[in-house]
Design a protein around this ligand. Structure first.
Ligand SMILES: [Fe+2]
Ligand SMILES: [Fe+2]
Length: 280
């Protein structure tokens, strides 16, 4: 949630998007199987993952009294629903290249449904806060790392990921503020982060092996080497750089807006020609 002195509208807009991926290439990231599959891997998490975020915030919204937060919850739901829809469109299109992301989507759905059976509504909201911290910090990296994003050689997929990255930063505090507003505590928040981290690494690691194997790339060591150095390189690795903001989440006084990305987001909104809340 960005600071706003205009109480009648949400702090950020819901933008209607409708991408067409018909011209998209199979290896659209750095002409490389590993990195292209890694992004598809993340994309397979979104259709049901973002629905889980929406459901877990919606389940508590009647307990939120702050009118500004109510507006922002509505905009959050709208943005996440649009992300689900557009990633679903990409995932369906990936099948044209023989990449079966629908099967992975269904595994995510089954995992989330199973987790709902043994967790409370508050724990589900805490899990959403943890996953929103993942998406916000990964998105921040994407907005900052032109050395990586210039390797996206498909204009539609570039726009999809950068638009999503902007909006993840615009709404990054909504689930967290909702959790605080309903009296969510430190222990549940941290315990959820531990569970979410283990699950996320397990799922993404498993999906990456699956996608590489199905594409006949399991023993393409060159692609593994290139991809793993992009993700885990000691100084500039995409995931390596997430360690510091990840650990910050464990501080009792953590809040998502302690990572101020407003200037960065403004820059990218202009660059992609996206409207602000006041313009929509
Ligand atoms: Fe999203
Ligand atoms: Fe999000």
């Amino acid at each position: 949630m960005q600071p706003s002195n205009h109480s009648a509208i949400a702090s950020f807009p819901v933008r209607r998007m409708d991408f067409n991926f018909a011209q998209s290439r199979k290896y659209w990231f750095a002409d490389d199987p590993f990195m292209s599959h890694f992004m598809s891997n993340l994309s397979s998490l979104f259709p049901y993952g973002e629905q889980f975020f929406v459901d877990s915030v919606r389940a508590w919204r009647q307990h939120v009294n702050d009118p500004q937060l109510q507006k922002d919850i509505s905009a959050f739901i709208g943005q996440e629903a649009m992300h689900s829809k557009e990633h679903k469109a990409y995932n369906n299109y990936a099948a044209e290249h023989g990449i079966d992301l629908q099967r992975l989507e269904l595994r995510v759905k089954a995992l989330l449904e199973w987790s709902k059976h043994w967790s409370s509504k508050k724990q589900q909201l805490a899990s959403t806060c943890a996953l929103e911290h993942f998406t916000a910090t990964m998105a921040e990296q994407l907005l900052k790392r032109e050395d990586l994003t210039t390797q996206m050689n498909d204009p539609k997929l570039y726009q999809l990921w950068m638009w999503h990255a902007i909006e993840e930063n615009e709404h990054k505090a909504v689930a967290y503020d909702t959790y605080k507003a309903i009296g969510g505590g430190y222990f549940t928040r941290i315990w959820a982060m531990v569970i979410v981290t283990i699950s996320f690494l397990w799922v993404v690691g498993g999906f990456q092996l699956h996608l590489m194997r199905k594409d006949g790339q399991l023993f393409n060591w060159r692609s593994w080497g290139k991809g793993l150095s992009i993700l885990l390189g000691p100084r500039h690795g995409f995931l390596t750089r997430l360690i510091k903001p990840y650990l910050a989440y464990y501080r009792p006084d953590f809040h998502p807006l302690q990572y101020d990305t407003e200037t960065l987001v403004q820059h990218w909104r202009k660059r992609l020609g996206l409207a602000t809340a006041e313009q929509v």
